[in-house]
Design a protein around this ligand. Structure first.
Ligand code: ATP
Ligand code: MG
Length: 554
């Protein structure tokens, strides 16, 4: 991703530049994106990806793609594969720099032995309850474990026994010997290793002790020679611990810089909660087009470019905030408006018979593919006696500012002249409007009308399934459960409506992932569920940009 020289800099870029000037890391910039493969990536991760890869690119450095796969029970190959596909789709390339924390298990083990030998780590047999009790609270010092001064030789022997599988899960841990009186709880002799007789998706049964995140994470960055470890704010309080480990070992010491995570309105971002939606069947999978996952957004039709632009506009700060999802939708519309071909599709069809056109007579209209892109050219659309129009474009008793079709009134048909309604055919039992009859005038007739409507030729209409998606949650901040409700209580019942629509023949032959603007109704993307002869379209966004209004940019 190339940025213009005028691209706004953030405090992280400033820190990197001052390190470059001072020669702190020998003039290098090495960043990394380190997901745990325990779920699909979401739009929050996109912010981190854009920052990690974007910063490396901006300063001629490199960004590592690294799986933080230190927890054997939650991780799966499916997640590894999806994460790689999503980062690539977003437009970033790690080249040869693909790494797995599990490849460093031996090295991490050896570092732990070194700390034991230095008298800075010990094997502890407190139960989890005792552990918590001994740790204390921030305002009061904790108590030292009775095992804290265990001799080095005994620690080495016990740690080796742990590694060899001679102790059951949870019976012993290896702890760092730091400071039980520190006001920072993370410094109160944190756990480095726990026993877990579990199969790991990459290392198999080689290990039955697994490193804790806080022990492993800083080492991973150090082993890879990362210069700037960019992470979210919650890791700020862990930083002294990472620094301590690296100082004791005397190894490569990256600089950690924290930034605020992305929170989006009407969205949840925690992987655990997203997983719950999938497991409870509240959505149709990780790639349900209503999900904030990159796989879901892609299936919905959101272009990668829109996500990158959104992340750039959100920017990097030190304070938590809730970003309006309308800003993301604004960028989605901005990109699609530029690139999406225009087509005509009628979502709620009402037949209009133009009685002065003889049966079988057809006219060819020339329809513009994209007014934003002259190179996109035009396409022919056949027009004849019977067309479908939107039910909503007709009112039997027109409201005051309704300029579309009504009895005795005329309207412009996009590319095809004018229609005047002469007769309304209704179901005698229900009064429902079933069909309209009318009169056609060619484009050069020059009728004075205010409204233009889209249409589809009945003789060539293609039936399509259209999935009208809306926001998944009806509450602005569903993750906030302090009001006693659960996030799952706020699923928007209108978040998916499936309808049968009719579309122009040019939409019969489309491929999954193709995006279109259906004139006057919104942006739609072809879903992989399409069956031969019946395309399926997902609504990506309506045409109405609420952000432009809110921000006064419209
Ligand atoms: P979750 O809290 O949803 O489980 P996580 O932080 O545990 O997410 P990781 O796989 O550890 O998920 O995330 C990889 C990287 O993405 C981390 O560096 C993390 O800081 C960053 N990240 C995760 N969520 C966000 C977010 N909402 N905004 C910005 N960065 C994020
Ligand atoms: Mg995490």
């Amino acid at each position: 991703m190339t940025e213009s020289p005028a691209a706004p800099r953030n405090f992280i870029h400033e820190a990197v530049e001052s390190d470059l000037q001072a020669g702190t890391f020998g003039g290098q910039v090495v960043t990394r994106f380190p997901p745990e493969p325990n779920g699909y990536l979401h739009i929050g991760h996109a912010k981190a990806i854009c920052l990690d890869f974007g910063t490396a690119t901006k300063y001629g450095g490199r960004c590592h793609m690294r799986f933080d796969d230190t927890n054997p029970t939650a991780e799966e190959q499916e997640f590894v594969d999806s994460i790689l596909a999503d980062v690539r789709w977003l437009g970033f390339d790690w080249g040869e720099h693909l790494y797995y924390a599990s490849d460093y298990f031996q090295q991490m083990h050896d570092y732990a032995v070194e700390l034991i030998k230095q008298g800075k780590a010990y094997v502890c047999d407190l139960t989890p309850e005792q552990f918590k009790d001994y740790r204390g609270v921030p305002t009061r010092p904790g108590r030292e474990s009775p095992n804290r001064n265990r001799p080095v030789e005994e620690n080495l022997r016990l740690f080796e026994e742990m590694r060899q599988g001679q102790h059951p899960d949870g019976s012993l841990v290896l702890r760092a010997k730091i400071d039980m009186a520190s006001p920072n709880l993370h410094m109160r002799d944190p756990t480095m290793y726990r026993i877990k007789h579990a199969h790991h998706h990459r290392t198999g049964d080689t290990w039955c002790i697994y490193p804790m995140y806080d022990w492993a994470h800083g080492l991973e960055d150090s082993i890879e020679g990362v210069t700037h470890s960019l992470c979210t704010l919650e890791f700020e309080v862990h930083r002294p611990l990472y620094d301590w480990f690296l100082e004791q070992l005397g190894v490569w010491h990256p600089k950690q810089i924290e930034f605020a995570r992305l929170n989006l309105s009407y969205t949840i971002m925690s992987k655990r909660k997203l997983q719950q939606l999938v497991e409870e069947g509240l959505v149709q999978g990780w790639d349900d087009p209503r999900m904030p996952t990159l796989a879901g957004l892609r299936r919905r039709g959101v272009p990668a470019e829109a996500i990158r632009k959104f992340c750039e506009e959100v920017g990097i700060t030190k304070y938590e905030s809730l970003t309006d999802v309308a800003l993301l939708e604004h960028h989605v519309r901005g990109v699609l408006n530029r690139i999406a071909p225009r087509r005509m599709a009628v979502l709620r069809p009402l037949k209009l018979v133009l009685e002065n056109i003889p049966e079988g007579e057809e006219h060819l209209c020339e329809a513009v593919n994209n007014p934003e892109d002259p190179a996109a050219g035009t396409r022919p659309v056949r027009f004849g006696r019977e067309i479908y129009m939107e039910h909503d474009d007709f009112m039997e008793e027109p409201a005051k500012k309704f300029f579309r079709l009504a009895p005795g009134k005329s309207v412009r048909l996009r590319y095809a002249g004018f229609a005047t309604c002469t007769e309304v055919i209704k179901d005698p039992a229900t009064g429902e409007v079933l069909e309209l009859h009318g009169h056609w005038d060619p484009p050069d007739a020059g009728l004075k009308v205010k409204g233009t409507i889209h249409w589809v030729p009945a003789a060539h209409a293609v039936e399509a399934e259209v999935r009208l998606y809306d926001r998944l949650f009806a509450k602005e901040n569903p993750a906030d459960e302090s009001d006693g409700t659960r996030f799952t209580d706020h699923i928007n019942p209108e978040s998916l409506k499936v309808i049968r629509a009719v579309v122009e023949p040019a939409l019969a032959d489309v491929a999954p992932g193709d995006s279109f603007q259906f004139e006057r109704t919104g942006y739609f993307c072809v879903d992989p569920d399409a069956r031969p002869g019946t395309p399926v379209f997902n609504r990506t966004a309506t045409l109405k940009d609420t952000w432009a209004k809110v921000a006064g940019r419209g």
